[in-house]
Design a protein around this ligand. Structure first.
Ligand SMILES: NC(=O)c1ccc[n+]([C@@H]2O[C@H](COP(=O)([O-])OP(=O)(O)OC[C@H]3O[C@@H](n4cnc5c(N)ncnc54)[C@H](OP(=O)(O)O)[C@@H]3O)[C@@H](O)[C@H]2O)c1
Length: 276
């Protein structure tokens, strides 16, 4: 058998360093597990310290990881969290901006607080994390940022108007940053996730008790986590995890009325296709 090359030996000796936001549950937790299993050192960020500890302690090499209890809506807390990552890891090779929440409500039932929280968590905080992590990514190896977006980023939907708008903004951030950061060699990827079995729908504000989607045929968070790892290994500008939604997004540009009718049929829930 051929001896390993000096390059592959060096790569094997230096674990990649990742920051995962929203690592206390769902897709973020699965991503932290996938990365740790692949040998990464992971900084896990979310608000619930005890859930972060639970996840971190159950990972391979628990001593290699770092828990960062932090509310992303607080810009000073974000800066402090990234300072801790710098102190511990020195640099970051992969940032996974995954934290986010929705609001299941018609606009007329969406409180100002709920709307602002969705936008602060899913959009403003993403810019804050990007700004604060940039010096660490510049010091990293083959640096990558993955923004965990949604199939609704490219097509608005009823009952989740603010959430879909926040994910549209996220994809716009990915497109702009990709070019801003090209000179630093930092890859920026949008991952458009489809319906996934997590606590997402149960924990979001739902003032009128609207029915959430049927999660029976939904993706597993592990599938999304594997897609994140694939993007770190081979970055792509945008990856869709559901091609049917990609079609609806294209159709919305070409023939919006037809797309509306298709969407209403697909969503169920008693929505009416617009007639004017
Ligand atoms: N599940 C789906 O069907 C689906 C589909 C498309 C896209 N996505 C996207 O996937 C991402 C992960 O969602 P999920 O499905 O895994 O849901 P989840 O299990 O509810 O996870 C959301 C994560 O975000 C964290 N978070 C929320 N607000 C935060 C804040 N202010 N500061 C710090 N952390 C915060 C939560 O932790 P704490 O509560 O501990 O803070 C939690 O770890 C989201 O961006 C979501 O939009 C999900």
């Amino acid at each position: 058998m051929a001896a390993p090359s000096p390059v592959s030996q060096a790569t094997a000796q230096v674990p990649r360093r990742a920051l995962v936001t929203g690592a206390s549950s769902g897709i973020g937790e699965a991503t932290a597990r996938e990365l740790a299993a692949a040998g990464y050192s992971v900084a896990l960020l979310a608000r619930r310290a005890e859930e972060l500890e639970r996840v971190a302690k159950s990972l391979p090499r628990p001593e290699a990881h770092l828990c960062l209890p932090c509310d992303l809506r607080d810009a000073a807390a974000v800066a402090a969290a990234l300072a801790k990552v710098k102190e511990r890891f020195g640099a970051i090779d992969l940032v996974v901006q995954n934290a986010g929440h929705g609001c299941l409500a018609r606009v007329e039932d969406t409180s100002p607080e709920a709307a602002r929280s969705v936008l602060a968590t899913n959009v403003t905080a993403v810019v804050d994390v990007a700004r604060e992590s940039l010096p660490l990514l510049r010091a990293g190896a083959r640096p990558v940022m993955v923004l965990v977006s949604s199939i609704v980023a490219r097509r608005g939907i009823p009952g989740q108007v603010v959430y879909a708008a926040s994910k549209a903004a996220l994809n716009s951030i990915a497109e702009g940053l990709r070019i801003e950061w090209a000179e630093d060699g930092i890859a920026v990827c949008a991952l458009d996730v489809t319906l996934t079995r997590t606590a997402f729908f149960a924990t979001q504000p739902n003032p009128r008790g609207l029915p959430g989607p049927n999660l029976a045929g939904a993706d597993s968070p592990q599938r999304v986590a594997r897609a994140v790892l694939d993007l770190d290994r081979e970055p792509q500008p945008e990856v869709w995890l559901a091609w049917k939604w990609r079609m609806i997004a294209f159709l919305s540009l070409l023939a919006p009325r037809t797309a509306d009718r298709m969407l209403v049929k697909r969503l169920g829930g008693g929505w009416t296709a617009p007639r004017r």
